[in-house]
Design a binder for this molecule. Sequence first.
Ligand SMILES: CC(C)(COP(=O)(O)OP(=O)(O)OC[C@H]1O[C@@H](n2cnc3c(N)ncnc32)[C@H](O)[C@@H]1OP(=O)(O)O)[C@@H](O)C(=O)NCCC(=O)NCCS
Length: 181
Amino acid sequence: MTKTPAPRYPAELACDIFTREGIELHLRPIRPDDAGPLVEFHRSLSPRSVYRRFFFVHPTLSPTEVDRFTGVDYVHRLALVVEHDDLLIAVGRYEGIPGSTDAEVAFVVTDQQQHHGIATVLLEHLAQAARQRGITTFVASTLAENREMLDIFAHSGFAVTTSVEEGIVSVRFPIGSAADV
Ligand SMILES: CC(C)(COP(=O)(O)OP(=O)(O)OC[C@H]1O[C@@H](n2cnc3c(N)ncnc32)[C@H](O)[C@@H]1OP(=O)(O)O)[C@@H](O)C(=O)NCCC(=O)NCCS
C-alpha cells in the first residue's frame, strides 16, 4: 500500500509577534506533536471561553478532535499557534469549505492573555497565509454576545457582512486574492 506523504511544514509562516503592550510571542504553524500541549491548553480554558469557541460545554478534547486539530494539510486546513515561553497560549485556524474558495475561521486565546491583541494579529497572519493558498473568503460563526470576536472582525479592515439567526452571527468577508499578497 502506498503511504500518503506527510504535508510540507510551512516553516516560513513562523515569526515573532508582539502584544499591544510589546511582549514578544512566537507564532508558528501547528504540528502533530502539539497534541499534548493542545490538550493542556484546552483543559486550562474557562468554561466561558470553551462555550464561546464550541457553543457547547466541552471541557476535554476527544482523541479524534486532537488528531484533526493538529493534523492539518497546511493548505486547505491550517492552524497557527502562539507560544509564550514555550507555552501554547492561542490558536487560530481556518478550515476550507469543500467546493469553494471559502474557509471557516476560529480563534481561541488563553483566558489570562485575552485583550492583548493576540487574536487580531492571528487573523492578519491567517488571512495572509490563506490568500497565498487560494482562499478568497473567510466565514465565521460567533455568538451574538461575543463582542470581542465581532469587534475584531469589524475592525479588521476587511469588508465584513453579517447576518444573525437564533443568537448566532454569521460573518463573511473577502480577504483578497493571491495577486494582492
Ligand atoms: C475572542 C477571542 C479569540 C479574542 O482574543 P483576544 O486576543 O483577546 O482579542 P484581541 O485582544 O485581539 O481583541 C479583542 C479586543 O480588541 C478590540 N479590538 C480589536 N481590534 C480593534 C481595533 N482595531 N479597534 C478597536 N478595538 C479593537 C475588541 O473589541 C476587544 O476589545 P478590548 O480587548 O479592547 O476590550 C478571545 O476572547 C477568546 O479566545 N474567546 C474564547 C473563544 C472565542 O470566543 N472564540 C471565537 C469563536 S470564532
